[in-house]
Design a protein around this ligand. Sequence first.
Ligand SMILES: [Zn+2]
Ligand SMILES: [Zn+2]
Length: 681
Amino acid sequence: MDTIHITMPDGAVREVPLGTTAAEIAQQISPRLAKEALVARVAPIHSLGGGTAAAAAAVAAGTSPDAAPEARLSSASNGEGFLVDLRAPIDQDVKLSILTPKDPEAIQVLRHSAAHLLAAAVLELFPNVKLGIGPPIDTGFFYDFVRDEPFTPDDLARIEKKMRELAAQDIPNERKMLPKPEALELYRKWGQGFKCELVEERAIEPMVSFYTTGKFIDFCRGPHIPSTGRIRAFKLMSVAGAYWKGQEGNPQMQRIYGACFYTQQELDEYLHRLEEAKRRDHRRLGPELDLFSVQEEAGPGLIFWHPKGGLVRKIMEDWLREELLKRGYDLVYTPHIMRLELWKTSGHAGFYRENMFGPIEVEKDDYQLKPMNCPGHILIYKSRLRSYRELPVRLAELGTVYRYERSGVLHGLLRVRGFTQDDAHIFCMPEQIESEIEACIDFAFAVMKTFGFSDYVVELSDWDANHPENYAGSAADWARSTAALQTTLTRLKIPFKRMEGEAAFYGPKIDVKLIDAIGRPWQLTTVQFDFNLPARFGLEYVGEDGARHQPLMVHRALWGSVERFFGILIEHYAGAFPVWLAPVQAEVLPLSEKFLEYGKKVTAALKEAGFRAHLDDRNEKLQAKIRDAQMLKIPYMLVVGGKEAEAGTVSVREHSKGDLGPRPLAQFLSDLRQQVDSRAI
Ligand SMILES: [Zn+2]
Ligand SMILES: [Zn+2]
């Protein structure tokens, strides 16, 4: 009998009969592994081979067709091999790994099988649907269908129930190979025109791969998990419109989305995170807390800051301006509109054109709404000859810019068409870059600490050294600046990820992403070298040697923009800002009209001490007043009645902690003072 050699990940070699399956090998290793296994990875050791495993390998390696999104599954056909069904016979010497739910790729196979399960369930309930494609996605799967009536929430519930039934039956997912004409005939008879189209277009070999799940049959390269019984933790989430092949003008399909994880606990955690994200969504909280709005009448992507949002912004900006001055920056202001010619000099009119609003003609001259602050700061730098003694020059501006973003990508405060960057440009000498970079990083960390973030991810983007022709600046510029970024991060003991080839053409950069209260990363600070603009604008300084030199230029933004950072703060705090940032710090709640006078006195005392206080003088029950203040996420509620008026106290309720009991007014004022001054989080 012919035998083959199977090399396991630990290097052990097993000699088994030709045609043995990964499932059988798993069983030999341990029944537990056999139970856990979802799929296998094989890498042929000799390239020559024939028969079904080689065919399976060829299929999985991408030489056979399937719907494009499903191809991702087997795209790992590199030196690591490719994924195959556990029950695929192996007929050559291979390296074999048996993948369990611990492997992210195996989970994607599980999700793909869940998509098939969805289609099988839909076909049972709605036999006349036309099938599109059904790939896995990051948190689950989808399948596209054409059906005259829209799927309702009730339909989704029925489909999910049917999926559970089919899963409980533990139906095998079986692979079949059909000759192409037979495959086409099968789909034609069944009336599945979209599938015919896929087979026509993508089946380039005579034999076509199919998977069956009970009565359901799908043109699919696989692989799949052995049977439906392993699909336990899933939930149908929504129906969305989609075009066949994603192209507008093609038939409209209904895309059913499902979430799918290996364990119920993982699914529950995911659903909880979704709920949390919804609860924190700044687009909902903005109007609810009366912080900002976007007005259709004015146009999409343009932000209106309401009084309360405006107040938070003022506090944010006050902190920032004070820090800028302390840290040796100069504050500047530049026009919102400047000659188009300037943007030609900077190069933006070329490489940045798609993100700019169109030019505006004034007295036969074209003007441009600014998409960036850099050229403005450069003109200030250039306004006179600079000496090395003045360097570094650090010009900072809360600079409002306008960028054209397609309406489809606009998103609350995070993707907008007009926003204010906390921008700065540093012009310095080569020997100053390390200390300047260190100061930028220190500033970025001060921002995170002050505004209540402790977790972050840092990335250092470098050029692709094999293609210097694609970049501005010399190899020496790149080497020196990248080294400055790297040694600074290392010296400050800040862990970072190096992103080779990810830098913009004009210079290397450091990006800081902060992690919010529910673990989501947000791009925030950028510190970016620029070898392009100083040359384009002919920037100079007179060195100690009396000769003219070109300064180095660094762009840096800490928040990114005021709008974006405000959006992140709203979501991080779920609208309940720390007391130093809150637009209203204390709401005074008289127990009844009888105590209005004392309420007024307390409110006046708070305002006198410089706090943002508001008196709820409505003729409402206390419970209603507390509920409303709670809804507005005001940090402190001060209840005042007869006892308080007599003793000169206030009964304090804190937004998240509830009732804290009575306290002398003077003591509350001094406690509040301490919290605000220390910017307690
Ligand atoms: Zn499939
Ligand atoms: Zn800039």
